[in-house]
Design a protein around this ligand. Structure first.
Ligand SMILES: *Cc1c(COP(=O)(O)O)cnc(C)c1O
Length: 420
């Protein structure tokens, strides 16, 4: 089931008087309720925390809301670390899970007291050279052929992330010899995965590895990080993940493997991004042109610069036409943006009610990996982001880009004197 877009057509038209399309709208009430639901479902886990994957929706207003609901921040770049700091998320409330990391980023993460999660065995020395060894280190495990991947992230043995099984034991020993006192273990093997068994299996895999690391090295892991990757419904027929089921089964394995081997307590944390904000965001856009050639096209005032997932992964995003919800969907459209790229489409051969110029379209589930992936190809500008507060007010949490923003990195005075 998709989450309810919070406005009627009339309310939306009222909103458009102040905020022209396109924009992403996020619903604070639904975000908070969902955050509480997650926390409740996993409340038995020692030290449970979700470190919100900042890349999913890198907006400090949203991060502040999530912080108030007890979340930390999962960062992977300097800019994301700065957003966490600006939001007041510091210390071990930051998980720094990066890859191919520049040394400046490690220095910044260390300065903030973040938990640093290393992506490669060679990064131990790289980190030590950059800023010295911290007290706590985590490693990202890539299980290779031992675990199946999924479409977005690919098969683990083809993924660039993490340490191999052999390397992981060596890595903890090296870190211990360099004075590290506390240890975490991380993995992230799936993206947008709706299958409960998959997530249960990931936790079990890490529990078994925690036991094996202890047996082989004597090192006691204090925290495992199950990564993100919890899926959300994009199709109206998709089911949400049954969090209670996942939690129950993980507890069964925890009791058997961790408690049973005398390795409790083991903290369990996650880095979900998509499931935290994805269902609670909508891209609101207007039909600018209708075009009938070999196919029927509806050209919107938004483009893949506002939402790239359909073009990038062929992802489905549901589309509603405000005021036409009750009409039959008996016209087939490609719903497009204006880029000179034929994959600049929100939907291909989608059945919709007959569209007219000026119709307001709501594209669902854009609250994660939506605005964040925006880019400026073809001179397209990124849209505004609006937050519907719990009291019903609207706060513009990011303004739309202007042409001046687009040209800000060019010096036209320099151009005057430049002889070609
Ligand atoms: C992208 C990412 C996440 C979040 O993934 P979601 O699919 O948004 O839950 C978490 N951790 C790491 C390391 C990531 O790269």
């Amino acid at each position: 089931m998709l989450r309810q877009y919070p406005f009627t057509k009339e309310q939306t038209l009222e909103l458009l008087k102040k905020y022209p399309t396109p924009f992403h709208l996020y619903d604070e009430k639904q975000i908070r309720e969902n955050a509480k639901r997650l926390k409740q479902a996993f409340s038995w886990m020692p030290g449970f925390k979700n470190y919100f994957a900042v890349k999913a929706l890198p907006n400090p207003f949203i991060m502040k809301v999530l912080k108030a609901e007890g979340m930390g921040a999962d960062c992977s770049s300097l800019a994301e670390l700065m957003l966490a700091e600006k939001t007041g998320i510091i210390g071990e409330n930051i998980m720094f899970s990066s890859n191919n990391t520049p040394s400046e980023d490690f220095v910044a993460a260390r300065k903030l007291g973040a938990i640093i999660n290393l992506d490669d065995i060679s990064h131990i020395e790289f980190l030590e050279t950059a800023c010295g060894m911290p007290e706590i280190i985590s490693f990202r495990y890539n299980p290779g052929k031992l675990k199946e991947g999924n479409v977005i992230i690919g098969a683990p043995e083809e993924a660039k992330y993490g340490l191999t099984r052999e390397q992981i034991f060596e890595a903890y020993k090296i870190a211990r010899d360099k004075g590290v006192k506390r240890f975490g273990l991380h993995t992230m093997v799936a993206s947008n995965e709706l299958g409960e068994e998959y997530h249960i299996g990931t936790a079990r895999m890490l529990f078994e590895l925690v036991v094996e690391i202890h047996q082989k090295t004597g090192i006691r892991i204090e925290m495992i990080d199950l990564g993100g990757g919890y899926g959300i419904p994009y199709h109206p027929g998709d089911k949400e993940i049954d969090l209670e089921l996942v939690s129950r089964q993980i507890k069964r394995d925890y009791d058997q493997l961790i408690v049973g081997n005398g390795l409790a307590p083991l903290e369990i944390v996650m880095e979900n991004g998509r499931m935290i904000t994805g269902p609670f965001g909508w891209l609101v856009s207007k039909v600018r042109h209708i075009k009938n050639i070999y196919r029927r096209y509806a050209g919107l005032d938004a483009s893949m610069a506002n939402l790239m997932r359909p073009a990038l992964y062929g992802s489905y995003h549901h589309i509603s036409v405000l005021g036409k919800e009750k009409l039959p969907s008996n016209f087939k459209y490609d719903v497009t943006g204006p880029l000179c790229e034929n994959n600049d489409k929100f939907a291909v051969e989608r059945m919709l009610p007959e569209l007219e110029i000026g119709d307001v379209l709501v594209i669902h589930s854009t609250g994660a990996h939506g605005h964040a992936m925006g880019f400026n190809y073809n001179g397209q500008l990124r849209s505004a982001e609006l937050l519907l507060r719990e009291n019903g007010e609207i706060t513009e949490i990011r303004r739309a880009e202007t042409i001046a923003d687009y040209f800000a990195t060019l010096d036209f005075n320099e151009l005057e004197g430049f002889k070609a």
